[in-house]
Design a protein around this ligand. Structure first.
Ligand SMILES: Nc1ncnc2c1ncn2[C@@H]1O[C@H](COP(=O)(O)OP(=O)(O)OP(=O)(O)O)[C@@H](O)[C@H]1O
Length: 444
C-alpha cells in the first residue's frame, strides 16, 4: 500500500457498538504444577463506534489476534466484559450465543489455509447459512449467488474449489462467507497481509465499499501501519497484551505521544528519501507474556524510561549498560536449570553462569562507573554465579528500578479529542516523552 493519507470518511455514528471493559485473555496457568499463564490480553478498555473502522496495530505476539477472536467469542474471555449493543456477550451460551454469532464475524489473514479445500466455494459461503437454518435451501443458494456478486466473483464460481483461485479471489470468498448472515460487526485479522500489493488495494477498496453498502463496523488488525492509516478512523496500539495509545488515527500518526507509538511509527519506510526521519531503534526483544514486567509493559525496552532520582547523575552510556545488564540477567532468570545443573548446584560445582564476568566487562569496560553502581553490579553478579539469577534480577530492580519498573501507569488523556496514552511520563512531574526521545534519534 502507498502512504496515501486521504481516507474515505466512514459513517461512524458516535454511538457505541462494542464496549470492552477490563478484558483479559490468559492461556494456561491452571493447576498447581502449571507454568504461569500466557497473558495474551491483559486488562484492556476501549469502545468501537457503530459504523467506524477501528484499527489494532502492534508487533507480532502483542495480542491483536487474541483480542479480535475474544470479541467475536472464538475465545472465551478470562475476565472482564465485551458488551455488544448493551449485551455482555462473554456471558452468552447455548442458543443465545448461537443467535448472537450471526452478528459478529471474522475474516482471517491467510486465504490459503482459512478455507476448506474439500468444499466448493458455494458450500463454503453457504455453510454459516446452513448452520443457522437460514430460510429455505433454494433461498440459501440464491443468497450465495448474490454474495458472490457482492464481492466481485461470478455465479459460475459456485462449483469451483478454493485451490482454483488466486490469493485475492480466495480472500473475496472469505469475505463473502463472513457477510452471509448479514453481520453488523466484522473482525478483519490482517486481511491483506498475505496478498500482493496491487491486490491489497483492490481488497481494501472492496471492504470500504461493503462497509458503506451494509453499514458495517470493522475491527481492522494489521502490522502494516500505512494500511491502517489509510483505512481506520481510530486506532489502538498494542504491546504485550496492553493498549499503549488509542485515539483518532490521523492525530495519532501526526503527533504520537506514547514512546512505543513513537518508536513504531519511526520505523515506517518513507517513500521520499529527502525526508529525514528520526528512527528510534528499540533494544532487545519483547519479554515473554508469561512473565511481563511488573511495572509498565514496555519498561524493559523503553527509550524514555524514567531513571530513579538517586542515579540522575550517572552518565547516559553507563546507565544504558546497567539496563542492558538487567536485560541479560532477566533472560537468564527465565531459563530453568536442567536436572544436572541442579545437582551441580547442590554439590557447589555449578558453573553455567561463569561467563557473566565477561558480559560485565564487555558492557562496562571503558565507561566511567560510580562506586555505588559498581558495588550493586558486583553483588548481582555474585548472585548470578551462585545460580540465583532470579534473586539478581529482583536485586537490580529494587536498586536501579524507577517508577516504570515498579508501577503500572495510568491511561492519560493526551489530546482535546480524548486520545489516551499509557505512560508515566504524562505525569506533570516528569519530562515530556518527545523531549526525552529527541536525544535518541539517529542524527543525535
Ligand atoms: N492458543 C494459545 N495458547 C497459548 N498461547 C497462545 C495461544 N494463542 C496465542 N497465544 C500467545 O498469546 C500471545 C499473543 O498472541 P497473538 O496471536 O494474539 O498476537 P498477535 O499480536 O496477533 O501476533 P501476530 O501478529 O503474530 O498474529 C503470544 O505470545 C502467543 O504465543
Amino acid at each position: 500500500m502507498s502512504n496515501a493519507i486521504e481516507r474515505k470518511q466512514t459513517a461512524a455514528s458516535g454511538e457505541t457498538l462494542v464496549d470492552v471493559q477490563d478484558l483479559k485473555k490468559y492461556y494456561g496457568g491452571n493447576g498447581f504444577f502449571a507454568p504461569p499463564p500466557v497473558k495474551a490480553v491483559d486488562t484492556v478498555n476501549f469502545e468501537i463506534k457503530r459504523g467506524e473502522t477501528f484499527g489494532l496495530v502492534g508487533e507480532s505476539g502483542s495480542g491483536k489476534s487474541t483480542l479480535g477472536r475474544t470479541l467475536v467469542r472464538l475465545e472465551q474471555a478470562t475476565d472482564g466484559s465485551v458488551s455488544f449493543d448493551g449485551t455482555d456477550i462473554t456471558e452468552l451460551s447455548g442458543s443465545e450465543l448461537k443467535k448472537w454469532r450471526s452478528n459478529a464475524q471474522m475474516v482471517f489473514q491467510d486465504p490459503e489455509s482459512s478455507l476448506n479445500d474439500r468444499m466448493t466455494v458455494g458450500e463454503i459461503i453457504r455453510e454459516p447459512l446452513d448452520a443457522h437454518g437460514w430460510k429455505t435451501k433454494s433461498e440459501r443458494r440464491e443468497r450465495v449467488t448474490e454474495l458472490l456478486s457482492e464481492v466481485g466473483l461470478r455465479e459460475e464460481h459456485y462449483f469451483r474449489y478454493p485451490h482454483q483461485f488466486s490469493g485475492g479471489q480466495r480472500q473475496r470468498i472469505g469475505i463473502a462467507r463472513a457477510l452471509a448472515l448479514e453481520p453488523e460487526f466484522i473482525v478483519l485479522d490482517e486481511p491483506v497481509s498475505a496478498l500482493d500489493v496491487s491486490v491489497q488495494a483492490k481488497i481494501i477498496t472492496l471492504l470500504e465499499d461493503l462497509q458503506e453498502e451494509f453499514d458495517l463496523t470493522y475491527l481492522f488488525i494489521a502490522h502494516d501501519l500505512s494500511v491502517v492509516r489509510h483505512i481506520c478512523d481510530r486506532v489502538a496500539v498494542m504491546y504485550l497484551g496492553k493498549i499503549m495509545e488509542i485515539g483518532d488515527t490521523e492525530e495519532l500518526y501526526e503527533d504520537p505521544q506514547n514512546p512505543y507509538t513513537q518508536a513504531l511509527l519511526s520505523a515506517i519506510p518513507r517513500p521520499d528519501p529527502t525526508v529525514t526521519i528520526d528512527r528510534i531503534t528499540l533494544p532487545g526483544t519483547p519479554p515473554s507474556p508469561r512473565d511481563p514486567p511488573q511495572g509498565c509493559q514496555f519498561s524493559t525496552r523503553c527509550p524514555a524510561k524514567i531513571r530513579p532520582e538517586a542515579y540522575a547523575d550517572v552518565p547516559d552510556e553507563t546507565w544504558d549498560a546497567v539496563e542492558q545488564l538487567r536485560e541479560v540477567i532477566r533472560e537468564r532468570s527465565r531459563m530453568s536449570l536442567s536436572a544436572t545443573d541442579q545437582m551441580r548446584k547442590r554439590l557447589g560445582r555449578f558453573s553455567r553462569f561463569d561467563d557473566i564476568d565477561e558480559t560485565v566487562e564487555d558492557l562496562f569496560e571503558e565507561l566511567s562507573v560510580p562506586q555505588a553502581v559498581q558495588d550493586h553490579v558486583q553483588h548481582a553478579v555474585e548472585l548470578v554465579k551462585d545460580g540465583e539469577p532470579e534473586e539478581a534480577r529482583t536485586y537490580l530492580r529494587d536498586e536501579f528500578g524507577g517508577v516504570c519498573d515498579t508501577t503500572r501507569p495510568d491511561h492519560h488523556q493526551v489530546s482535546a479529542s480524548g486520545r489516551e496514552s499509557y505512560c508515566h511520563r504524562h505525569d506533570a512531574e516528569y519530562d515530556d516523552v518527545t523531549a526525552v526521545l529527541s536525544k535518541y534519534s539517529d542524527g543525535a
